[in-house]
Design a binder for this molecule. Structure first.
Ligand code: 7TS
Length: 409
């Protein structure tokens, strides 16, 4: 059976923002690791909700409240099956990846961690998968230690195995590094952690937008991601957790929705998932995420993943031909990120010159300062791809780079 080519031109038509010029040139959007663009289906779902169904959820005895609640809880079902969660109420809405990690750190961490306990995070983590653990560790007398990463950006599994002992309570690791693009062996990392009696949180922020994720086959205890890196809106994210763990965890924030009954004698808490969802949620955002999941389910995801991989390989090959360019992150298994530095040029200057040519790339430390320090650099220029990018856009990236080099060197 032949594999049909992925129709990128057709897909691009779904994303209105891509049809514009920036600084006189057609926009080349290569900042997908920061946030992805939104298809019409998502924009329309949010607009439809505010035009027709806007109401608070769960509480109202009227038609709009019923509609809003049905759409909101329907999105939870969509997300649960999208990641193959065992049950729908293991999907907790948060504001994003960052809040989901803070929730686990504050709830599970404060309940469970004690003096002498250890938390392991990889040396290439985003700050949001380091700092919440440092905060809770400091409060509980635990420590946070880095799992070594080699010069290619690959986790050193031998060193990781040696770090594991009975004091390690949790291993927190990114599925894909936002700074380097490394795809981490999270199944193996989870298996080893479980053998040592530790739990595993996988930060899926940079994975969910690139291929189907199945939390049951990964085996991890917690999986977190943001809607806005999955073609959905900002302000919404997901915490998936194993049911027994979520059941045993205390609430994160107090307020409406998360209670069963309140009195001055004592308050009892709601069941999952509401126990962790105090206050009025981002209803439109959740509905937008549901629409993003529908959009992805209707597309050729295997074709999209192959297309992205081909773009990355094409870009990496072109990068080899640029004198003075050093790719940061050369792991054998990578996804959608080309990070690089250019001899004698500050990444921020390069970013500005690229923008003047309509190319959107990100520069800086990508909220991953420890791994930048390990490479001895302040930051990189990062081009990050999605399925709506084209080979022609990669050509334009490198043409713009050559032009910028002439200007700067
Ligand atoms: N984890 C990873 C791996 C990320 O890439 C990001 C955001 C986060 C966590 C935090 O997600 P948030 O939605 O809660 O902010 N990464 C990036 C980036 O690479 N450029 O801008 C944001």
């Amino acid at each position: 059976m032949s594999i049909e080519a992925f129709d990128v031109e057709k897909v691009r038509k779904d994303f209105p923002i891509l049809q514009q010029t920036v600084n006189g040139a057609p926009l080349v959007y290569l900042d997908n690791a920061a946030t992805t663009q939104k298809p019409n289906a998502v924009i329309d779902a949010i607009s439809h909700y505010y035009r027709h169904d806007n109401s608070n959820v769960h509480r109202g005895a009227h038609t709009l409240a019923d509609r809003a609640t049905a759409a909101f809880e329907g999105a939870r079902q969509k997300v649960a099956s999208f990641i193959n969660a065992q049950t729908t109420d293991q999907v907790i809405w948060t504001r994003g990846t960052t809040e989901a990690i803070n929730l686990v750190a504050a709830s599970w961490g404060r309940q469970q961690l004690k003096q002498g306990d250890r938390i392991l995070v990889s040396a290439m983590e985003h700050h949001s998968n380091i700092v919440p653990w440092q905060m809770v560790a400091q409060a509980c007398g635990a420590t946070v230690e880095a799992i070594p990463v080699d010069s290619s950006g690959t986790i050193d599994l031998k060193a990781y195995t040696e770090l594991l002992d009975e004091h390690v309570r949790l291993v927190a690791v990114g599925h894909v590094s936002n700074a380097l693009g490394s795809v981490n062996p999270v199944i193996e990392i989870t298996r080893l952690a479980h053998e040592a009696g530790a739990l595993v949180l996988v930060d899926g922020a940079q994975a969910v937008g690139h291929w189907p994720v199945d939390v049951q086959s990964l085996g991890c205890d917690f999986y977190v991601f943001s809607a806005h890196k999955l073609f959905g809106p900002t302000g919404v994210g997901v915490l998936y957790g194993k049911r027994d763990l979520l059941e045993a965890m205390p609430p994160y924030q107090g307020g409406g929705e998360m209670i069963e009954s309140v009195s001055f004698k004592g308050t009892t808490y709601n069941k999952l998932p509401y126990k962790f969802e105090a206050g009025t949620p981002d209803i439109a955002g959740v509905i937008g995420l549901g629409a993003a999941v529908d959009y992805l389910n209707a597309m050729d995801r295997a074709g999209a993943a192959r297309h992205e991989q081909a773009l990355l390989e094409y870009a990496q090959k072109k990068a080899q031909g640029v004198s003075g360019l050093r790719v940061i992150g050369t792991a054998s298994h990578k996804a959608s990120v080309l990070s690089f530095v250019l001899d004698g040029v500050h990444p921020a200057d390069l970013g500005t010159l690229m923008d003047q040519q309509g190319i959107a790339v990100r520069t800086g430390n990508h909220c991953a300062q420890p791994i930048m320090d390990q490479y001895g650099i302040p930051g990189t220029v990062r081009a990050s791809f999605s399925f709506y990018n084209t080979f022609e856009e990669v050509d334009r990236l490198f043409a713009a780079l050559e032009k910028a080099k002439q200007f700067l060197m």
